[in-house]
Design a binder for this molecule. Structure first.
Ligand code: SF4
Ligand code: SF4
Ligand code: SF4
Length: 300
């Protein structure tokens, strides 16, 4: 899924967890007729109802939220956090939701059902991170042995769900994407207020290179080291090149990134196979192929 974020488009942590758990719990009111009443309650207290759900994932994006510490706690004061299993132990009431943040891939039938139900209940559905938005690291198996990859992990396969990995926008409409593996906590705090107001923010279409330059880094390309920065959506603070590591595109392609030029430039620095392997790490490969197809068609 190419990160568009346009309205029409589609760990340490024990102390923090304990602190978060210690927050005063809202006394539960008797649930009479669930969805409508709960929605009315939320409307009455003026707090948007938010759920953070996890499909099949490493949960790293959720931990980024916990890493925000008191700033995340302050946010939870402004919302009714209906579901966030890392810190909540109360049951989701099943009511309507203003925002659902979805982490991970729908791998099992249960995941699929959770996702479809979340969509039905949500005014705004948001992909939380690279797995949900782009297939992420799990998508690598699609490009190699596919479903037979599982034999390297499980001895007995009976009862193991092992479909091809597909991004969540293959199942439901996605209103906004927090990109990255994991997501960027500062970016989360920047855009969540707009989402809570019912608006769909637009992440500026600028490459990782902008932040890389601002950080004063020497460009890796000058040292003949491949880097995807020019075609990848910035906003991560150029985390990788700032540590002299190449950008591998975990935030996805920029809407207007020049994929052809990037590929041509990298031809001198890496083989086609190396290029392809690098695009598979964060699920960039299918988006790149789609973009190249689209660019070929527009040139005709
Ligand atoms: S995007 Fe990265 S950090 Fe987030 S759930 Fe997927 S693998 Fe984990
Ligand atoms: S190191 Fe990468 S991100 Fe930084 S300026 Fe060079 S190409 Fe761009
Ligand atoms: S530099 Fe590239 S790979 Fe690293 S966090 Fe940013 S977008 Fe992701």
């Amino acid at each position: 899924m190419v990160i568009k974020n346009k309205p029409e488009a589609k760990k340490t942590k024990l102390k923090k967890v304990a602190a978060i758990k210690a927050k005063p719990k809202v006394e539960k009111k008797p649930v009479v007729s669930k969805a409508k009443i709960k929605t009315a309650e939320a409307a009455a207290n003026g707090k948007p109802r938010v759920a953070i759900i996890s499909l099949t994932s490493c949960e790293g994006c959720q931990f980024v939220l916990l890493d925000l510490g008191t700033r995340f706690l302050e946010l939870t004061e402004q919302i009714e956090l209906v579901d966030f299993r890392l810190i909540e132990d109360s049951e989701d009431d099943g009511g309507m939701l203003d925002i659902v943040l979805v982490e991970g891939n729908p791998v099992t039938k249960e995941n699929e059902k959770t996702l479809l139900e979340a969509r039905k209940r949500a005014r705004t559905l948001v992909a939380l991170g690279n797995c949900a938005a782009m297939g992420g690291i799990p998508e690598m198996k699609n490009y190699h042995e596919g479903v037979s990859t599982i034999k390297h992990v499980y001895k007995y396969l009976q009862g193991i769900s092992n479909p091809e990995i597909r991004e969540i926008d293959n199942f439901v409409k996605v209103d906004f994407v927090f990109p990255g593996c994991p997501i960027n906590g500062e970016e989360f705090l920047t855009y969540i207020p707009e989402l809570l107001k019912g608006n769909i923010p637009i992440i500026p279409d600028q490459p990782v290179c902008v932040e890389c330059k601002k950080a004063g880094n020497r460009c890796l390309l000058l040292d003949k080291k491949p880097c995807f920065g020019p075609m990848v959506l910035g906003g991560c603070g150029a985390t990788c090149p700032s540590s002299r590591a190449q950008c591998q595109g975990c935030r996805g392609l920029r809407p207007t990134g020049n994929v052809g030029a990037m590929r041509a430039m990298l031809k001198n620095l890496m083989s086609d196979e190396q290029f392809q392997n690098m695009t598979e790490i964060f699920g960039l490969r299918d988006d790149l192929e789609e973009r190249e197809r689209r660019d070929r068609l527009t040139k005709r």
